[in-house]
Design a binder for this molecule. Structure first.
Ligand code: TYD
Length: 248
């Protein structure tokens, strides 16, 4: 039987645990999500790694539209609504079923990205953003949010190297002041909700960052130190938002 993480707090009213990774461009969130999932699976937990926008077939279709920049002319409120629409399907199709099974869900970006990119940088009223969260997310809030923080110049250089000859997407293409504002906003979110959020130094290099994340997650969820029989990892196939397979 897959072991269950223990924690006094059970915000999702399920046996599962919901961890989100947030931060600016090039912070290494997807790499760290994979590394974290690998360690959890080695301990015997079921782990679902997913991302936003996307993470379900319908939400991945909306991702294409959002990252193409097609919604940009409609303004940040319309963009926030479409991100929320994708999130509703992602929650229903992927996140809630996994939490209900008692799995760890590790999500590369979630509602804090809407707060930062559309809310703070789009000058939307924070009460409007909170109301949108209420109707789109309800009670399924992250148990832990890891904010991967690094200097904007370093993150953008990594993002540029990663995409090679491909064009910058809708958000990578914004100017440096936008990205500085993003960094400040994520730090502000963490300061406002210290129980849920933790800031991780993502400039330290992949291994050190992974070690910092692991020590935080293991402490927060009182994880056992000894490995149990291998758990199950579901990876969401990035292009289609379908579970691509199961690995032990
Ligand atoms: P992605 O290619 O996944 O980039 P990253 O590695 O930076 O996560 O692109 C997702 C982009 O969408 C990213 O620039 C942040 C943006 N975004 C929003 O603006 N609002 C949101 O609610 C979410 C989830 C993402």
């Amino acid at each position: 039987m897959t072991p269950r993480p223990s924690s006094a707090k059970d915000r999702n009213s399920t046996g599962g645990r919901f961890i989100t990774l947030e931060g600016g461009e090039g912070a290494g969130k997807s790499t760290q999500a994979r590394r974290l999932a690998h360690r959890l699976v080695k301990l015997g937990f079921e782990c679902v790694t997913t991302r936003e926008p996307g993470g379900s077939p319908k939400a991945e279709e909306l991702r294409e539209i959002l990252l193409s920049g097609a919604v940009r002319p409609l303004g940040p409120a319309a963009e926030a609504l479409l991100f929320a629409a994708a999130r509703i399907d992602h929650l229903d199709a992927t996140i809630r079923p996994a939490l209900a099974r008692g799995a760890f869900v590790i999500c590369d970006r979630f509602a804090d990205s809407t707060r930062a990119y559309q809310g703070a940088l789009g000058n939307l009223d924070p009460r409007w953003i909170r109301a949108l969260e209420e109707v789109s997310i309800g009670a399924t809030r992250p148990d832990l949010t890891l904010i991967l923080d690094l200097p904007v110049e370093t993150g953008l250089a990594r993002a540029t190297a990663r995409r090679g000859a491909n064009a910058a997407d809708r958000f990578e293409g914004e100017d440096i002041e936008f990205h500085r504002g993003l960094r400040r906003t994520f730090l502000d979110i963490s300061a406002a909700e210290p129980e849920r959020c933790a800031v991780i130094d993502a400039a330290a290099g992949e291994r050190q960052t992974a070690a910092a994340i692991w020590s935080l997650v293991a402490g927060r969820f009182s994880l056992p130190r000894r490995a149990k029989p291998a758990g199950i990892a579901s990876y969401i196939e990035p292009q289609r938002g379908r579970a691509a397979g199961v690995k032990a």
